[in-house]
Design a protein around this ligand. Sequence first.
Ligand code: NAD
Length: 528
Amino acid sequence: MTSAVLDDPMTQFTNEPVRELRRAPERARLEEALAELDRRLPIAVPVTIGARVRDEPSFDSVDPSDPGRIVARATAATSREVEGAVRVAAEAQREWGARPAIERARAMSRAAGELRERRAELAALAVRECAKPWSQADADVCEAIDFLEFYARGALALDAASPLIQMPGERNTLRHRARGVAAVIAPWNFPLAILAGMTAAALVTGNAVCVKPAEQSPACGLAVVEALRQGGVPDGVIALLPGDGAVGGALVEDPAVHTIAFTGSGAVGLEILRKAASPAAGQRHLKRVIAEMGGKNCVIVDADADLDEVIPALLDSAFAFAGQKCSAASRTLVHERIADELLDRMRGALHTLRVGPAEDFETDVPPVIDPDARARIESALADLGPGSEIERAAVPAGPGYWVAPTIVAGAPADSGVVTSELFGPVLTIEPVAGVDAACEIVDGLGQALTGGLFSRDPATIERVAARTPVGNFYVNRATTGAMPGRQPFGGNRLSGMGFKAGGDEYLLQFVDALVITENTVRHGLPIE
Ligand code: NAD
């Protein structure tokens, strides 16, 4: 086993290196893993609570590149099972939470080792279940490994005594304790990494977890839960509850859930926040919600920007994984002096993108996740009406959920394409009078997740960075690809609340703090 167990708690965290896909042997290894996976499809994803497993499939996940291929046959958890899972988790949490932090950290690190060992197979699974092109699928596995290793080390740091001011005759101690049962409600677009990150953070700080993967990616959820159990997380401490939003809703409302870690759309996040705010009858705690939601990410291009750099970075930011990253660029606010040139060149560049099945190494833009996503994106484009200029790349024949990569110029400011997160391969190009006008537009938005700037002027970079409301700001590069420990990630305003994932403070959200102040002046000893 290649697990980097935390024998030495001081081991430095480093990001898991991604595969070099230009090398033929690497590609061959992945193709072999895909062929092996295909022989095992469909994968059964049962409801798993403690040692109990119920496998009575009620819904499927399919390959968006070829929807006739069923990837998983999953069993949706009932509301009684949700309640039962929370009860089992609450019981198991006491022993797990009482273990020394190093034991839980080692379990995370061993689970990371399990993922490393299954790395090619898991990338293949993300290719099939979520149509992630290979480079993105491999990066998803690497990020899942990173989260496990990063939070393992973070939990040890959190556990170490925090220095408080000490006075003679008084001892002050700060301790962090697990909150209780955490519900992890995950999206499909990082089906391994985000689910693994939220789950590991809750587990390593001593909580038990009920995991609800997205309905589009139950098999990826199962793979992470299996790795954690193999790494040493006791059965009762982690439950897998496949299903749709109703399962997530039941978890949110369960009075014995203490923490809800949610990543997904703004609408669902707000609903979770509303529901979690009112304690149920008899509930003796407030639920804490960590909600990471969508963005409407703008890239500002100043007149002095180098378009040779801007164009590939914009193509990557807007169209990789068909624009289905929360960090994807969706609006370009370009200085009017160079707007025509940028638009012309982007139109040309658009046609170099190859739309195709996720498993083809040449594919730049895979299909979107499902027919609903395709309908949502196409309807927003159809609503643009006359007056907008739309450029679209070609899509292949075949049954995949293709959406042509699209550039829109002249879109009305109040159109859905400009105001809403489409979560698809659509990029607007909008001329602005200058960088300050662009900053006004960005500041007027409710979402504030990622943003970008292309400029050669350090003073401009500093000025825009100081004004931007976003959580992750990228200068002279693509706006996606945050890595744990290197670019802690998360949005502001309506895009999210809570500390950044992959950052030092993230774990604080899964614990309660206790300060003990002891009078250490002894007024006599008991007589023996
Ligand atoms: P979604 O909100 O539709 O679903 C997310 C999860 O919530 C799924 O597991 C779903 O079943 C569950 N859910 C749905 N309705 C629910 C309800 N009423 N109560 C409880 N749970 C419910 O989002 P999605 O389509 O899976 O993911 C795409 C969205 O996620 C985009 O908006 C994207 O920007 C966002 N996202 C944000 C981040 C971030 O870090 N900020 C990262 C990834 C994705």
